[in-house]
Write a new protein. Structure first.
Length: 295
């Protein structure tokens, strides 16, 4: 495969809990080919993906992966998917599998860190050095760009599990098996279905659903602002397809912040809390940049 420009070709793997998206393209954001495979066991899925990439002439591959994962170079389990509830993938060395099969450098990070990298390179956070991407769907995850670098510590950011205050009268059981009042447990797609008895897209005309949802999301965004000081917060994922959420979130964010910060970026909430802008391709494009960095 060639894009006829003599630019290096890179592979991208957006490794999700439901499907694996594989793509080939260039570091300037051009996707030349893309396929997806159901996420089955590693023994079933990985050979299909490595076979796809094997004849594409890629110089490196970037993997944005569901987690938790080990991102600490030098760690005995660097490149592993670690304590995932997807038991077939638990303690699986996905980086080694692709490096051994393809013989090219592998860039590795979380799927949400790949997404903020894509948004910063080509989308809603383009040109910014400090930004947060939050995906709110089946689960909740955040990717953080801090001073132009993806944020890592002893673990990657796990902003879906920050603890938030329940609204008085909300007695629905959390959808998170670990926490009774974390963002994922109270606001992810399964939580909506557990609380209201229907999936989110079936509740589009129920304002009380989205008022509560916005209340929980706004709490989290205030915390992200206060801890991470991003220049912009980008929201994606299936729940955020309900566009009526954005004005509600901004309104409640402003109420919760209560005038505490006087920063020009935050004063224009329409430009500060924004939807993802790359049609679902943000993580794939970020993976191309991970691959470039690995090379």
């Amino acid at each position: 495969m060639s894009d006829n420009t003599n630019k290096p070709l890179y592979g991208a793997l957006e490794a999700g809990g439901t499907k694996m998206i594989c793509a080939v393209g260039t570091a300037d954001g051009k996707i030349l080919d893309r396929v997806s495979f159901p996420t089955e066991t590693p023994a079933e899925t990985v050979p299909k993906m490595t076979a796809y990439f094997s004849d594409k002439g890629i110089s490196a591959i970037g993997i944005g992966c569901f987690g938790p994962i080990d991102l600490i170079p030098g760690s005995e389990t660097y490149g592993f998917i670690t304590t995932t509830p997807k038991t077939a993938w638990k303690n699986y060395n996905i980086v080694k599998a692709f490096k051994d099969a393809l013989g090219v450098p592998v860039g590795f990070d979380t799927d949400v860190n790949a997404a903020i990298l894509g948004e910063a390179g080509f989308g809603a956070a383009k040109g910014l050095k400090n930004a947060v991407y939050a995906t709110i769907g089946t689960g909740v995850g955040i990717g953080v760009l801090s001073e132009g670098r993806l944020l890592h510590g002893v673990l990657h950011p796990e902003g879906g599990h920050i603890l938030i205050a329940r609204r008085e009268g909300d007695t629905a059981k959390s959808a998170c098996p670990f926490h009774e009042n974390c963002l994922e447990g109270l606001a992810a797609g399964p939580s909506i279905e557990k609380r209201w008895g229907k999936k989110g897209f079936e509740l589009a005309d129920r304002p009380e659903v989205w008022d509560l949802e916005a209340y929980y999301i706004a709490q989290a965004l205030v915390n992200y602002t206060l801890l991470l000081a991003p220049e912009r917060i980008v929201l994606g994922g299936g729940v955020m397809a309900q566009e009526q959420l954005f004005p509600l979130i901004r309104e409640k964010y402003k109420e919760l912040l209560n005038g505490y910060l006087s920063v020009k970026e935050i004063e224009d909430l329409d430009s500060y809390i924004v939807p993802s802008s790359l049609g679902g391709s943000q993580a794939v494009l970020g993976c191309f940049l991970l691959a470039k960095d690995a090379l």
